[in-house]
Design a protein. Structure first.
Ligand SMILES: [Zn+2]
Length: 100
């Protein structure tokens, strides 16, 4: 079983968590000024890298809080987890690079 480290509760089994999409997707400051194409891109276009990817996760059967994680999409290895609203940990590889 995969163990995921919730930044608030510590290591827990994967069954307690749910994937929440790509992390660090900022909502436009004034959506009414965007073109339909740009608004559609904000709503639906997401990165799908092979390798490390910054993602949102939620500890649904624990504290219930969202957090960010760097997960390798090819191996499911979690390189780091960190609180929502904090920047990506310094020194971690960029999206699409391998974790090991
Ligand atoms: Zn938690």
């Amino acid at each position: 079983m995969l163990i995921i480290a919730c930044p608030y509760c510590g290591p827990r089994p994967e069954l307690e968590f749910r994937y929440g999409g790509e992390a660090h997707v900022a909502r436009p400051v004034d959506p009414s000024t965007l073109s339909d194409e740009d608004w559609g891109a904000f709503l639906y276009q997401r990165a799908n890298p092979r390798g490390l990817h910054a993602e949102r996760w939620r500890h649904v059967h624990g504290c219930g809080r969202f957090f960010n994680a760097l997960r390798d999409t090819t191996t499911d290895f979690f390189a780091a987890t960190y609180e929502t609203g904090t920047p990506r940990p310094a020194g971690t590889p960029a999206d699409g690079e391998t974790s090991r």
